[in-house]
Design a protein around this ligand. Structure first.
Ligand code: ADP
Ligand code: MG
Length: 325
């Protein structure tokens, strides 16, 4: 069942087409990531779903209802902003209870409900602090609780982890995923980070130049990128020209040999990058351009390779994936 459907949804700003007639069905109860480079239309898409941006063309259907022209509060969506946008002069609990205050819900009731949400994000001990007295990660939890108090059927998150340091980012992404599972509602999370999308999402929607390039599970998108753009953007792939077109091959599927073998491709080692459990070897394969092989550290150190050395590359045919023109 689809919770949310975009039908030829379009956003233009004057001459700029930010979102170009995209069609997509978000399944209910799933974690979806809108992934793509800066400026490809991710935030515009999310803001149209939230109702913070008018829709220039097409429709948005949520739970069978056309919400295209509804005001944000009447949609059943909630949005968590990149900068959290907490009210600086209000305590944590009053921040979380704010939307219920606007609805005229009495103080004791709304504070009790806000406390439940603070417990959900493990922030109950900080209820009386003001946002300035919290770390970035704590502010984010409060922003989450504030968005969830409206009991949305969809939570929209625009680059929610980008303001956090790398360590906290990885911790919080696991918590977001856990929260989505326990609530059972759909999360739509905008990110330009491939790692984040691969780690978090049930479904990844890759956007480029105002359109959807590809959508699918992280495994589908990673193992079968359908275009050169997706292969390069998702990372971990080589895109190589062949007589019949271009192919993508995962960097960890390239085998480096010292001796020439039938059907192997020669290359010169240009750079060796140690990444911990793996080593990335960048090579120049002449007319076929740059090739990167990602090998385990034990394989690399059993057979060390020098910059400037000529090596021979092989891969299994089944690992070469043809790309659409
Ligand atoms: P993303 O979130 O993927 O970085 P955006 O949706 O913010 O992309 O922007 C898509 C395109 O629309 C960009 O070219 C951007 O410059 C343009 N854009 C976004 N917001 C506005 C605006 N308020 N006015 C004019 N152009 C905008
Ligand atoms: Mg954006």
């Amino acid at each position: 069942m689809s919770a949310l459907e975009l039908i030829a949804t379009t956003k233009t700003y004057g001459e700029i087409v930010a979102v170009d007639a995209i069609d997509y069905k978000f399944a209910s109860g799933t974690y979806s990531c809108l992934l793509g480079p800066s400026g490809c239309g991710k935030s515009s898409t999310l803001r149209m779903i939230a109702g913070h941006e008018t829709v220039s063309g097409g429709d948005i259907i949520l739970g069978g209802i056309n919400i295209t022209d509804l005001p944000p509060a009447a949609r059943g969506t909630a949005m968590m902003f990149q900068d959290y946008a907490l009210f600086p002069h209000l305590s944590v609990i009053d921040n979380v209870a704010f939307s219920q205050k606007m609805q005229g819900i009495q103080k004791a009731t709304r504070r009790a409900r806000a406390m439940e949400l603070l417990e959900l994000v493990d922030m109950q001990e900080y209820a009386e602090r003001i946002p300035d007295q919290l770390s970035g990660g704590q502010q984010q939890r409060v922003a989450l609780a504030r968005a969830l108090i409206t009991e949305p059927s969809i939570l929209l998150l625009d680059e929610p982890l980008s303001a956090l340091d790398p360590f906290l980012r990885i911790k919080m992404r696991a918590e977001l995923k856990k929260l989505q599972r326990s609530l059972g509602i759909s999360f739509i999370h905008v990110t330009h980070s491939q790692d984040e999308a691969l780690a978090l999402a049930d479904q990844i929607i890759v956007m480029n130049n105002a359109v959807i390039e590809q959508s699918g599970s992280p495994m589908e998108v990673f193992n079968k990128p359908n275009s050169e753009f997706v292969a390069k953007f998702i990372g971990g792939h080589n895109v190589l020209p062949t007589d019949a077109g271009k192919i993508a091959i995962r960097t960890d599927r390239i085998k480096i040999q010292k001796d020439k073998a039938k059907g192997s491709m020669s290359a010169i080692i240009r750079d060796v990058e140690f990444l911990g459990s793996t080593v990335n070897v960048a090579m120049d394969a002449g007319s076929r351009g740059e090739v990167v092989a990602s090998v385990t550290d034990s394989i690399f150190y059993n057979q060390p390779m020098e910059i400037g050395e000529t090596v021979f590359l092989k891969w299994n045919k089944k690992d070469a994936h043809r790309l659409a023109e």
